[in-house]
Design a protein around this ligand. Structure first.
Ligand SMILES: [Zn+2]
Length: 270
């Protein structure tokens, strides 16, 4: 066990999608009549996880997309809207962890920002290896509370039968690691704030804020929002916490930003 924290950003490649899913922005993804004949803008919807080594055990934040996305997501129809097709063999989550020398068995907690299929895609791998699974209580209630196999990007086969420990409100999960309730994208979306000794504070927004262009100000919503008022409140809540703690804010699916980060196994934050 390390005596201080070490944080690794795991770059798991990208899905491809029409930018309008992520950014309902007039003049950008939403076209004027002058631009109506332009082709739609497709975007590399990057996906990352975060591994934090702490004196109290290793935490994995989110689990990205599964290798068998095309068949797994087929019932939802969304595999054609969000194909996970910009990923090299060494970018699948298990491969990134392998390059870092981390076995699933060595991960003590898997903390889920929310349970959409591009975040929960490898959850069962870690559950099988004995990790404790954490999510927001409202996320669990929602994700297991609907009828049928899926709704939107919640796909029950990713998480049914698993035991979750749930948290509510803003929760200091460990010294220096706080889970921030940030609903809107889904009923129980969370962000994670990590206070690092050298780097300072980093906030991982997951899908509470898709990308820098969503953050604004003013905040720009996406096509997939469970509750628009909650979405706006959560973005402003994160902005307030970020300003107070002078944090670096890392967005959920920002290709440009991800390219500027130190990523595993080449670099880390301490
Ligand atoms: Zn999501």
């Amino acid at each position: 066990m390390p005596d201080t924290m070490k944080l690794h950003v795991l770059d798991c490649g990208a899905m491809s999608c029409d930018l309008t899913w992520l950014l309902l922005k007039p003049g950008r993804s939403i076209r004027t009549r002058q631009d109506k004949d332009k082709p739609v803008e497709w975007y590399p919807c990057t996906t990352h996880c975060v591994l934090v080594e702490t004196p109290d055990g290793t935490i994995l934040w989110d689990t990205s997309c599964p290798r068998d996305w095309e068949t797994r997501w087929e019932p939802t129809g969304l595999q054609d809207f969000f194909p996970y097709d910009q990923v090299s063999d060494d970018q699948y989550l298990d491969a990134v962890l392998g390059r870092l020398g981390v076995a699933p068995e060595s991960i003590k907690y898997v903390v889920m920002s929310h349970l959409h299929f591009d975040h929960a895609g490898n959850l069962k791998m870690f559950a099988d290896a004995g990790a404790k699974l954490i999510c927001n209580r409202k996320e669990k209630d929602f994700a297991l509370g609907f009828d049928g196999l899926f709704t939107g990007a919640h796909l029950k086969s990713d998480y049914d039968g698993l035991d979750f420990e749930t948290v509510s409100g803003d929760t200091e999960f460990m010294p220096g690691i706080t889970l921030i309730e940030a609903p809107g994208h889904t009923p129980g979306t969370m962000a994670m704030k990590v206070d690092l000794p050298d780097t300072g504070t980093m906030i991982f927004t997951s899908d509470a804020v898709y990308m820098g262009d969503s953050y604004g100000p003013p905040a720009v919503p996406a096509a997939i929002v469970n509750d628009l008022n909650d979405f706006y409140s959560s973005v402003e809540k994160i902005r307030g916490i970020a300003e107070e703690s002078d944090a670096t804010v890392i967005f959920g699916h920002d290709a440009k930003q991800l390219a500027t980060l130190r990523t595993a196994p080449d670099g880390y934050y301490s």
